[in-house]
Design a protein around this ligand. Structure first.
Ligand SMILES: Cc1cc2nc3c(=O)[nH]c(=O)nc-3n(C[C@H](O)[C@H](O)[C@H](O)COP(=O)(O)O)c2cc1C
Length: 562
């Protein structure tokens, strides 16, 4: 990868879901790195499930007792899962990490280890590699919340490689170790950003600013997927522009989490992901790792706050931070709670009562999660988050829609379309939406486009490579289907209950028995078009139920609604 530097990539071809809450289609990799100066550093380990391959690979490359330093970029188990094994092989290795990460590791490893806490600007000398003559000096950059509270980046002044672990990563498994084919990996790079980095867009911008002070970055060595080298300006600019878009305006929703407690983290991220599909900003706040002053400011200034049910018996520091957070709430805010499902959670109703007494208004009904979360739990959390974002944006959206110039509005309204129901099902998640912004877009191969609002529930199931069904409604009988699918469904509701469907008629989504025709489609590209995604899909199958039937047509008078 670079002079005196080696990547150990654990390839996870099978993993079709990552972090449980986010669908993933292309597997993933867990990358760790060896840097050899006069002394040797290892950056991160791997997921514990790769113990049998990662340890021998490491031993082939270096005698573990010769590793002087282990840099822990953050403590998430998929990168820190083999730290205990490394300590068995070399109890003298010095662990270098952020202060918070070292504290987490003490709780996690239950054994003594040598450690050094680092922060932005701190340097660590590995010395000159005797073969290459290159001096390897490591510089650390704090990158909190990307996407764990304890994250640091590591820059090697000898090679210009920046080790960022989760940031700039993507879940993409291939033998190709570099970003040689950017178009193939771009959709996964975007999806990963949206799910894991977008909810902390402000922190992303801060990290990019810090990166700007480094001499020159030749490569970004990420913890997941290919290493970024050939198109670096593009990837960094993507992160910058997406984060700037998400950081516009002042108001935001504070979504609190308690790291390493129950299912708190993935649940909070699913809610955050849902909210950030709307144009409302999100700030994820770890109640364990946030400084009390910052906590008071972040919670106090938020337009809405979402809280987990904390443990019934929190440790001292957490208890203190929960108290700080509750004291920062005020009656102008919308506040909601979700169950963390940590086993010994505070009762959710007691907490709801306390919030009522504080005079806060509910942002949504308490989210009761009494089971180990599944895809449908995460879908529910995501849709709850989106509903909250839409609620906060309601007045602005109405104003924006009304602000269209009236003759333009009437002219735009003359653009007409058919009436369709898009359906999709995937890994225990399903969804549907009425659509009229649909057009044929290619003869060969047959292709269509659909404009899908960014905050649509079904958007999550329309990623590149996903299958779905376009049900074409008939002018004779479209009304009952429209009525059904235009209902306001509660988060996570089964949208097909009571609807006649033909099972197994097409891959990707239910076929409506009362539709005039259907097309089985596969998403090939997603384009950003203003406030909608333009989904381009190839049509792989199709059938007409009534040869004489005509498609329902949708005529509008104005262009400011569907
Ligand atoms: C006639 C009509 C056509 C619509 N066409 C589209 C469309 O093409 N794209 C879209 O994103 N939403 C469209 N909508 C809006 C959604 O169908 C509907 O509001 C949505 O199912 C509710 O949002 P949710 O699924 O995210 O909860 C249309 C709505 C109507 C009434």
């Amino acid at each position: 990868m670079a002079q005196d530097s080696l990547a150990i990539r654990s390839l996870d071809w099978d993993r079709d879901r990552f972090d449980i809450e986010f669908g993933l289609r292309n597997g993933t990799t867990y990358n760790s790195f060896l840097i050899r100066g006069e002394r040797t550093a290892l950056v991160d380990t791997s997921h514990a499930k790769f113990r049998d391959s990662w340890i021998p690979t490491l031993q082939d490359l270096v005698d573990p007792r010769q590793i002087d330093v282990l840099v822990v970029s953050h403590t998430e188990p998929d990168h820190s899962g083999l730290i205990g094994d490394l300590l068995e092989l070399n109890p003298d290795v010095e662990i270098v990490a952020s202060k918070v990460a070292i504290q987490f590791l003490k709780d996690l490893l239950h054994r003594p280890f040598r450690s050094r806490a680092v922060k932005s600007g701190d340097l660590l000398q590995l010395g000159v590699n005797p073969d290459s003559g290159i001096e390897h000096q490591l510089e650390f950059l704090s990158a909190p919340n990307l996407h764990w509270p304890d994250t640091i980046f590591t820059y090697d002044h000898g090679t210009g490689v920046l080790y960022t672990c989760d940031a700039f990563g993507l879940h993409f498994c291939s033998d190709e170790g570099l970003d040689s084919d950017p178009e193939t990996i771009a959709p996964d790079f975007r999806y990963y950003y949206d799910c894991l980095m977008g909810p902390n867009a402000r922190s992303v911008l801060q990290a990019i600013k810090r990166m700007g002070n480094l001499p020159s970055i030749e490569m970004i060595a990420t913890g997941h997927g290919p290493l970024l080298q050939h198109h670096l300006p593009r990837w960094i600019e993507d992160y910058r522009s997406w984060s700037q878009q998400r950081s516009r305006g002042q108001s935001y929703v504070a979504i609190c989490t308690i790291s390493q407690y129950g299912f708190c983290d993935p649940l909070s991220r699913a809610i955050a992901h849902g909210t950030s599909k709307t144009s409302v900003q999100v700030q994820l706040i770890d109640l364990r790792a946030t400084d009390p002053h910052e906590l008071t400011a972040l919670v106090g200034e938020a337009q809405a706050v979402v809280l987990p049910t904390p443990p019934a018996f929190p440790d001292g520091e957490l208890q203190h931070n929960i108290g700080t957070m509750l004291a920062a709430l005020h009656s102008k805010q919308l506040v909601a709670i979700y169950e963390a499902y940590g086993g010994d959670d505070e009762p959710i109703d007691t907490m709801a009562g306390q919030l009522r007494q504080l005079g806060t208004r509910p942002a949504f009904a308490p989210l009761r999660i009494r089971e180990v979360p599944t895809e449908s739990t995460y879908q529910r959390c995501e849709e709850t988050g989106t509903d909250l974002g839409q609620l906060l944006m309601r007045d602005k959206t109405i104003k924006a829609v009304k602000s269209l110039d009236s003759s333009l509005d009437k002219a735009l309204g003359r653009v007409s379309g058919g009436l369709y129901v898009v359906t999709a099902v995937q890994n225990g998640r399903s969804s549907a939406m009425v659509a009229s912004w649909v057009a044929q877009a290619s003869f060969q191969p047959p292709g269509i486009t659909i404009a899908v609002a960014r905050d649509r529930a079904i958007e999550a199931l329309l990623q590149v490579g996903d299958h779905f069904v376009l049900n074409i409604l008939s002018q004779e009988n479209h009304q009952p289907l429209l009525r059904h699918f235009l209902k306001r469904f509660p988060p996570g509701a089964d949208r097909f209950a009571g609807v006649n469907i033909l099972s197994n008629a097409a891959p990707g989504g239910p076929v409506l028995a009362d539709a005039l025709a259907f097309l089985g489609c596969c998403v090939r590209q997603r384009l950003e078009g203003g406030d909608h995604w333009i989904i381009y899909a190839e049509v792989e199958s199709g059938r007409v139920a009534d040869q004489e039937g005509k498609t329902a047509v949708h005529h509008r008078k104005v262009g400011n609604h569907y």
